[in-house]
Design a protein around this ligand. Sequence first.
Ligand SMILES: Nc1ncnc2c1ncn2[C@@H]1O[C@H](COP(=O)(O)OP(=O)(O)OP(=O)(O)O)[C@@H](O)[C@H]1O
Ligand SMILES: [Mg+2]
Length: 430
Amino acid sequence: MAEEKDKKMTAPGQVCVSCLGPIGGARRGVRYASGILVCESCLKQGVQVLGMLKQREDPREAISLEESEDLETGLKRPREIAAFLDQYVIGQEKAKRTLAVAVYNHYKRVFQSAGENVSIEKSNILLIGPTGSGKTCLARTLAKLLDVPFAISDATALTQAGYVGEDVENVLLRLINAAGGDISRAEKGIVYIDEIDKIARKGENVSITRDVSGEGVQQGLLKILEGTVASVPPKGGRKHPGDAMLEINTRNILFICGGAFDGIGKIIGGEKSGKALGFGARVGESREESLSGLLKKVTPGDLIRYGLTPEFTGRLPVTAVLEELDEDALVRILSEPRNALVRQYQALMAMDGVELVFEEDALREIARTALEKRTGARGLRSIMESVMEDVMFTLPDEEDAEKCVITKGAVLGKEPPLILKRQLPEAQAS
Ligand SMILES: Nc1ncnc2c1ncn2[C@@H]1O[C@H](COP(=O)(O)OP(=O)(O)OP(=O)(O)O)[C@@H](O)[C@H]1O
Ligand SMILES: [Mg+2]
C-alpha cells in the first residue's frame, strides 16, 4: 500500500500549481488525477484549513486522489480571476482588480487554518458606477467562476422587519441554497447585494415611498455584514414564530454591494442645493471634471450624505468605482464579450442559414446612439433590436439569402440592410 502511495509522488523538476515552488528532491508533492501538482506545504495548509480531511503527520496519507478534488480547484489567483472577467466584461480594469484581490483574499481566509494566530478579516466591498456600466454583469460573471457558493440578491426586495416583503436574512437563504443546503459551505461563501443605493435614506424633497423601510433594511443588514449567527427561515419570505430556523454564522461570508448612486456626483461636487445630477446628466459647463473623475474621489462622507448610515458605510471598507463607458468601450461591448450582442444575433441568423455581418461604422453608430441615451451599455440592446427587427421578420422567407450586411445607413434607418443572395442554378435564375 505504501508503495502505491509513493507512486503518486512526483518526479524532480516540476512546480507546485499553488505556490509555483519547485517540487523534487527534499520538497515533495502530490500529483492529482488531472495532472496538477501541489507541494507538500501547500497541501498541508489546504488540508488543515479545509477541515475536510483529518490531518495526519504524513500528507501522503492525509489525502487520497479521490478526496483531493476540492483542493485541486480551490485557489483562484487574482490574475486568473481578472482574466476570466475580461472574457465577459469590457474595461473597468480597476474594479476587476479590486474584486479579484478581494475574492483571492477571501479564498485565503477560507483556507486559513484555524490555529493560525493572525486571523484575516474580511473586507466587504462597495461597487459604485453609473447605470449600465457592468456592476451586475461583473457579479454574475464572478458567480460563474467561483468555487465557493455565490448568491446575488436585490436590496429593493428587502424590507425592515414588520413590513411586507423579504426579511434581510433571505440573502443568506439564497447563499445556503447556492451551497446546496450545506451550511458550513455557505458560511464561506460570497453574497452580492445589488441596488444597494435604493435603501438609502432619502432627503426631505425626494419621494419617500421606500424611505421608511430603507434605513431599517440598512440596520438589518449591519449585523449580517459584520458577522453574526443569523436565523434564516428555511422557506424564505417572512419569519414566523415557531418555525424551525437555519442558523448560519456570517463571520466569514464576503459581502459585495453594488449600486449606481444616481445623483451622487452632485454631492461629491460639494453642491448642496438644486436638482440632483444623475449619472447620465451632463456635468455643468463651469465644472471641468467628468462624473467618472468625481466618482473616483467618493468618500464615506459622501455616501453618508447620500443616505447610507455611518454604521453601514463603515462595514463596506473597500470601494471600487466603475467608469462611464465611452464610445470605444460600447463598440467593443457589442462584439467582443463571449455573449456579445453581435454574436447573439449572428447565432440567430445562422439558424436561418444566413451569415450576419456588421460594418465597423454601423457598430460605431449604434454605440453613438446608445451614448446619447445615457444608459450605458444597457441601451445597446434596444437599439440593436430596432435595427434588426425588419430584417429578422423578412429574412426567413428569403430562401436564397446568404449574407446580411448591416451598414451605417441601415442603423440610421436610411436604407435597408444589404442582402446578398446565393448563386442560383441556371434554370431558376432570371
Ligand atoms: N463593461 C461591460 N462589458 C460588457 N458588457 C457590459 C458592460 N457593462 C454593461 N454591459 C452589458 O450591459 C447590460 C447592463 O449592464 P449591468 O446590468 O451590469 O449594469 P449595471 O451597472 O448593473 O447598471 P444598474 O446600475 O442600472 O443596475 C448587461 O447586459 C451587460 O451585459
Ligand atoms: Mg445592476
